[in-house]
Design a binder for this molecule. Structure first.
Ligand code: GTP
Ligand code: GTP
Ligand code: MG
Ligand code: MG
Lengths: 278, 286
């Protein structure tokens, strides 16, 4: 029959600390520990089994359960209609423009006609930044004057793309704080006018507990379909990914794994679990 | 192990049976949660929890206070201790280098600092030493125009040291030279080497670490690594106009010994304020 698993407190306390150190949110770390204890209730260590191994496997399967969510296949969705419109939103500096360029690269590679909307008309150098990316990629960038209405840039990009088959529109917007009512209204207007098929929120893998706040407030304001967690290559464990999926119930479709166009990785739960547990 | 000491601290508290001790237990837990939610480094949080519990045992509650407020004041004092004496940042001629991770707000803060110095009557040149980011030159050039600072960059130049030496020779007699560098992962030796190279040439009076208020548990490690390449003399916490509490900045101070000088409270070039530890901590402890 084997022996009982014994007291789990020391193990779950150690686990909680390493999860918190990996930027898993406090609530998620606690829920994980509860789920784990539930999973191990009444479990017995069979003769010859290593208790540590049993515990580690239980942690992996608990995390796997918590990561279970339908992951939309953006690439195949884009082939379902033309123009397929993608809206990128997120807090300042989280990697929207870089992710927009990466997506443009991926869709061009898949023989779509790609149009980028330079809808950040506010920040210094924003239009230049995405325009240069467009030049490097050989992708059309629709832009207006700095200070112009972002929604009209998005609208123009969609109108232009509508003339072509297999087109994909990627709307890059200005960074904004989830606490700024005016900017949230601006974002809602961009969405209302451009009618995107898919809205992506970018979140910085380096952020801590605030990642969940950002995601919740952006979702409440404008509705997001998926998250791209960027800068995972900056030696982060990306613990916020677990919190975002489990607490917000939104899929993480890609991770940004560097600054080049090829550094957009489809999110793989198995790769992720290896990263966060070891 | 760390968790062992955390468990011991909490179990010691819970083993005591007096009403006051149970209350201490409750408040210490509450404080711990607040610190974790504010993104304070986990090890630092555990250390602080231990200190608070220790001081709570040895210090009687003052007559005009209650156990809860007494404990909160203790943690507040301990945090203030870590943040150190606020440094009176005087506007005077200086060469300043800005460093930090990706997208933290370096280039924007360069503009904010330029405006700060210009308001105090100094001539400022902004130096575009970010040779890597697409559109970095244009971004800093436009910011320079907005604040009325001079701008130095070499379009398409990949060697940041050439840009910095070019800027320093052209602007050798200028009051304030602000060097904006590219975002980087300080745990990458090659990227750190570039910072060393620029610092060697520029011999900056100030090296400011720019930190996003929402940064999580990597803050201390990154600050420590940047500090190895160029001695950090000050920290600027940006994006405090969001919901993030900026707890990561505390570990940056703890690891570098550098004070927090300013905070960024918005995207406009006026949105720079002197760091006020009391206001920062009361917002952090919620
Ligand atoms: N290492 C790394 N850096 C990234 C990644 N994604 C973006 N970055 C960097 O992060 C910084 C900010 O990226 P941007 O794409 O300008 O971010 P943004 O959200 O458009 O910023 P704003 O428009 O100003 O809000 C740049 O230095 C990018 O190169 C990533 O996956 N890995
Ligand atoms: N709301 C708010 N936004 C800020 C603040 N500071 C900077 N930003 C924004 O954050 C984004 C990134 O700022 P940058 O100055 O480009 O950041 P950076 O560190 O130079 O980025 P890299 O050079 O790519 O590493 C921009 O959208 C800025 O407008 C702040 O205090 N509050
Ligand atoms: Mg952008
Ligand atoms: Mg910059």
């Amino acid at each position: 029959l084997g022996k009982p698993i014994g007291d789990l407190d020391e193990f779950t306390d150690d686990l909680k600390i390493s999860l918190l150190e990996a930027d898993v949110s406090l609530a998620t770390a606690e829920k994980l520990s509860d789920n784990l204890k539930g999973k191990l209730k009444g479990k017995r260590i069979k003769f010859g089994e290593d208790r540590d191994k049993v515990l580690k496997e239980a942690v992996k399967s608990t995390i796997t359960d918590m990561l279970k969510i339908k992951i939309p296949n953006l690439y195949s969705m884009a082939s379902s209609k033309s123009p397929f419109i993608i809206l990128l939103v997120g807090m300042n500096g989280t990697g929207k423009t870089t992710t927009a360029a990466k997506l443009a690269y991926e869709f061009k590679k898949r023989d779509h006609y790609v149009v980028i909307a330079a809808a950040d008309t506010f920040r210094a150098g924003a239009i230049d930044q995405i325009f240069i990316h467009g030049e490097k990629l050989g992708v059309k960038v629709v832009k207006h004057q700095a200070g112009s209405d972002p929604a009209s840039v998005a609208f123009d990009a969609v109108s232009h793309a509508s003339k072509y088959p297999r087109s994909v529109v990627i709307i890059d917007t200005a960074g904004r704080m989830q606490t700024n009512k005016n900017l949230l209204e601006e974002m809602k207007k961009i969405k209302r006018v451009s009618k995107p098929d898919f809205t992506i929120l970018t979140v910085d893998a380096l952020s801590g507990n605030d990642a969940l706040n950002q995601a919740k407030m952006f979702d409440e304001a404008v509705g997001i379909d998926a998250i791209v967690v960027t800068k995972i290559d900056a030696d982060t464990k990306g613990g916020s990914i677990l919190s975002l999926i489990y607490e917000l119930k939104k899929p993480v479709i890609f991770v940004g794994n560097g600054q080049t166009y090829e550094d957009l990785m489809e999110f793989d739960p198995n790769w992720y679990i290896k990263n966060i547990i070891d | 192990s760390l968790s062992k000491s955390l468990r011991e601290t909490l179990r010691k508290i819970s083993r005591s049976t007096s009403i006051d001790d149970n209350l201490i237990n409750e408040v210490v837990r509450e404080i711990q949660r607040a610190l974790i939610l504010a993104d304070v480094d986990i090890n630092l949080t555990i250390e602080l929890t231990r200190k608070v519990e220790q001081r709570a045992k040895n210090e009687p509650v003052p007559k005009n206070s209650n156990p809860r407020n007494h404990l909160i004041l203790i943690v507040y004092e301990e945090l203030l201790n870590i943040l150190g004496k606020p440094r009176e940042f005087k506007a005077k001629p200086a060469t300043i280098m800005l460093v930090g991770l990706y997208g933290q707000g370096k280039t924007t803060s360069a503009g904010k600092l330029a405006r700060f110095y210009i308001k105090h009557g100094f001539k400022v040149v902004l130096i575009a030493a970010d040779t890597q980011r697409v559109g970095a030159y244009e971004q800093l050039e436009q910011i320079s125009k907005q604040v009325g600072a001079d701008f130095f960059g070499i379009y398409g130049e990949k060697d940041s040291r050439k840009i910095v030496s070019g800027a320093l020779s052209k602007y050798s007699n200028w009051d304030v030279k602000i060097i904006d560098t590219s975002g980087r992962n300080a745990l990458n030796e090659d990227l750190l080497e570039e910072i060393r190279g620029i610092a060697e040439i520029a011999k900056p009076d100030e090296v400011m670490l720019i930190l996003d208020a929402s940064i999580g548990q990597q803050a201390g490690k990154q600050a420590e690594a940047f500090n190895k390449a160029a001695k950090i003399t000050g920290v600027i916490i940006t994006k405090l106009d969001g919901t993030a509490k900026g707890g990561g900045a505390i570990s940056a101070v703890a690891k570098t010994g550098a004070p927090i000088l300013f905070i960024g409270t918005g995207e406009h070039l006026d949105d720079l304020e002197y760091f006020n530890p009391a206001r920062f901590l009361s917002r952090l402890l919620g």
